[in-house]
Design a protein around this ligand. Structure first.
Ligand code: ARG
Length: 560
């Protein structure tokens, strides 16, 4: 609010050519308290006003007046604004009370919908760290979109098709042991798949066999189909265990194979528009003008590929949902693929092609290199999650053995630690995998935030806080940094969604919890004087922490 007021007044004073939005975008929040609560830099005005920034600041400052501003001071080339703490505190607490868990919501997404392509693990392979990233980032973005008013559709586009399944079928026919696959499907299928790769280096006829099995699969050979279905069901059962531990669900689970009988239409469409060209017997869409390599649509043996399925799926999704945005939460190694998809759709004159967005993220590295199934380097995610939950349980047994619902709390804390460890990093960066970092509950972690929430709850209990006793007229300068933090939350939610960056929420929550802990350490909250007003602030803080964690897909226990 205060930013809007300041932007409005300044753009009035400066004249038409300085829009409110332009001013708004320049407003800063000073890092040092002595520099006030808001600051406007005058450096960009110097040229057109033909005056030094400090002079401009000196002229503008006395003309800025509002109930919200306690004082306005020019400092160097900046205008520094000190807010009226009592007024702003009351306003903030009132907003928190009236909005409750809706605090921080927006309406800019109303009547719009977002389709998210997320998780998308490949059957017969272990659920990888990359798929974990896609799952938790996608889930957080869906929650943020929902908070901003959008309808959301979360789609799990399972990798259940492609020539690799020919290889897997061939491998199973050679070395597969039904009993072992039934007992531990993913490790067993991975093992024979890796073996197939190793042996085909010496024995190229294996490649031929793989190709034959893929042909059979494409031609609906009953044996091929039966095995494929079995592998798919067994894989999904395993994946569901992970989704349960993470607390993530989907609106639609639909694999690549769903599009098999729908791709002819896409190929015909491309042909009719004259977009297809021959290249060594294969069919491609040339993308020279876009300075991209051609998009392969059909191989020389007539089989279609990943890109063709994605094109078909995108068209199908648009028909089903008329989406306003389609977000593909997929690692950055697929950047070229999504550029190609988007450009081919544009060439088909589909206006919604521009609403397709690749939300890319960095890789999980192990000793600086990518983790890969083929090299057998994958770490089993289910193990990681279970280990995290066990450690949380052990922690509880040690520190609070009398706690009720220990298993539930352990799950919330353990899964929370793993999810937060991912989301606190900027999604674009590669992350070096460290089990220790992932499983630590100290420092910048979800358990630290959950603990701050639990502490706030226990203060509220001790003070016997009730909503009908809430008091917004808090007059406490010690509380000011916390009030300001709580005020930022709605902005953070908006930025996190519009920049598709959940780490904004994660880092904000850490700052808010640190500010709260400082307040708690420095102020006796449970003293007579202004008790209800202080508790109202604590209540506001716990609302924000819980809601922020929920947006990240993390649950908050009441006690731990
Ligand atoms: N299953 C693919 C993989 O693991 C990811 C699929 C991403 N989504 C998509 N629409 N292409 O690499």
């Amino acid at each position: 609010m205060e930013k809007h007021v300041l932007a409005l007044q300044l753009s009035h004073l400066l004249g038409e050519e300085y829009s409110r939005d332009w001013v708004h975008s320049l407003i800063e929040i000073p890092k040092q308290e002595e520099l006030g609560d808001l600051a406007f830099p005058c450096f960009q005005l110097a040229k057109s006003f033909r005056q030094p920034p400090a002079k401009i600041a000196g002229q503008l400052a006395p003309r800025l007046k509002h109930d919200l501003f306690a004082s306005v001071q020019p400092t160097g080339g900046y205008i520094n604004i000190f807010l009226n703490q009592r007024f702003v505190t009351e306003h903030t607490l009132k907003q928190l009370l009236t909005s409750g868990t809706d605090y921080g919501s927006h309406e800019f997404g109303a009547n719009k919908n977002v389709v998210l392509d997320m998780s998308a693990p490949n059957i017969a392979k272990p659920f990888s760290m990359g798929h974990l990233r896609s799952t938790v980032i996608g889930n957080a973005l869906a929650n943020l979109a929902d908070k901003c008013g959008y309808e959301t559709v979360k789609i799990n586009y399972i990798g259940d098709y492609g020539t690799q399944f020919g290889k897997l079928l061939a491998a199973y026919k050679k070395w597969g042991n039904e009993e072992l696959v039934r007992a531990t499907p993913l490790p067993e299928l991975t093992k024979i798949y890796v073996k197939f790769h190793e042996e085909s280096k010496q024995n190229p006829s294996l490649i031929e066999e793989g190709r034959d099995w893929f042909k059979k699969l494409e031609q609906n050979d009953p044996e091929a189909i039966e095995l494929w279905k079995w592998f798919k069901d067994a894989s999904l059962t395993e994946f569901n265990k992970i989704y349960n531990l993470l607390g993530v669900s989907f609106d639609l689970t639909r694999g690549e194979a769903y599009y098999n009988d729908k791709m002819d239409t896409t190929v015909d469409l491309l042909k009719d528009k004259g977009l297809l060209a021959e290249s060594d017997g294969a069919k491609v869409v040339p993308l020279d003008k876009e300075s991209l390599p051609p998009c392969l649509i059909m191989k020389s043996d007539g089989t279609t590929i990943y890109a063709t399925r994605d094109l078909t799926a995108a068209i199908d999704r648009y028909h089903s949902y008329k989406f306003d945005e389609a977000l593909y939460v997929v690692g950055h190694e697929q950047t070229l693929h999504f550029q190609q998809i988007k450009h081919v759709l544009k060439k088909l004159n589909l206006p919604w092609a521009q609403d397709i967005k690749h939300i890319s993220f960095g890789m999980m590295l192990q000793n600086g290199t990518k983790m890969s199934t083929r090299r057998g380097k994958t770490i089993l995610l289910e193990e990681v999650l279970k280990e995290a939950i066990e450690r949380a349980k052990a922690n509880i047994e040690e520190k609070n053995p009398g706690l009720a619902d220990k298993d539930l709390v352990a799950k919330q804390v353990g899964a929370g630690a793993v999810i937060f460890h991912d989301l606190k990093h900027d999604r674009r960066n590669d992350v070096e995998f460290s089990l220790e970092d992932m499983l630590t509950f100290e420092g910048d972690t979800a358990p630290y935030l959950q603990y701050a929430y639990v502490r706030a709850q226990s203060i509220l209990d001790k003070g016997e806080f009730k909503l009908d006793k809430a008091d917004v007229s808090l007059d406490d300068s010690e509380a000011w940094p916390l009030v300001k933090q709580l005020r930022h939350f709605p902005d953070i939610v908006e930025k996190a969604y519009t920049e598709y960056d959940p780490s904004k929420v994660a880092r904000y929550l850490l700052d808010a919890a640190k500010t709260f802990n400082k307040y708690y350490a420095g102020t006796r909250i449970l003293q007579e004087d202004q008790l209800d007003a202080r508790l109202t602030l604590v209540h506001g803080f716990s609302l924000v922490i819980k809601e922020g964690l929920r947006l990240l897909g993390i649950q908050t226990p009441n006690k731990m």
